[in-house]
Ligand binder design. Structure first.
Ligand SMILES: Cc1cc2nc3c(=O)[nH]c(=O)nc-3n(C[C@H](O)[C@H](O)[C@H](O)COP(=O)(O)O)c2cc1C
Length: 144
């Protein structure tokens, strides 16, 4: 059993839904999962102590949000080297944020990003059965 943190930002609630589905999927694989809005994570100690991390951000203006950028500076201090990494987010047309986040997790934090890459889901898909399953499967596969 792994300890997993799903930390997300969401302005309109779509990425938050993804976070909860990803957590469900990872729990189905037998893991213990915390889901937190990144605003709840105020110091590096709040981030440390997990085996695997999913960081989520919607794409706004072809980027992750500023809150997520600030959060990543905090995550840098937490020393997550060697931990399992996944990234996700909701989007409508370009969906840049999850890839940018996973790049930082892999190349700056030296975390273990799986071959599964990041999960970028079209906003309209998230409320569908297919969208829910895609998130659950991602949560399960990254942490299995
Ligand atoms: C002002 C604004 C800018 C946006 N810019 C982008 C963008 O550059 N690329 C993209 O794919 N989606 C863009 N979107 C769409 C959001 O990513 C989409 O609505 C997403 O589902 C929001 O996620 P959230 O509900 O978790 O905040 C934009 C939306 C708004 C309101």
């Amino acid at each position: 059993m792994k300890k997993v943190l799903v930390a997300y930002e969401s302005v309109k609630g779509h990425t938050e839904k993804m976070a909860n589905y990803i957590a469900e999927g990872s729990r189905m694989a037998g893991n213990e999962v915390d889901v937190k809005h990144i605003r709840e994570l105020k110091k590096e100690g709040d981030i440390q102590g997990y085996d695997a991390y999913f960081f989520g951000s919607p794409t706004y203006h072809r980027d992750m949000t500023n809150t997520v950028k600030t959060f990543l500076f905090l995550a840098d201090k937490a020393n997550l080297k060697g931990k399992i990494a996944g990234a996700f987010g909701s989007y409508t047309h370009s969906g840049d944020a999850p890839k940018l986040i996973l790049d930082t997790m892999a190349h700056v934090f030296h975390m273990k990003a799986t071959d599964l890459s990041s999960l970028n889901l079209l906003e309209d898909k998230i409320a569908t059965d297919e969208g829910m399953k895609a998130c659950q499967q991602y949560g399960r596969a990254v942490t299995e």
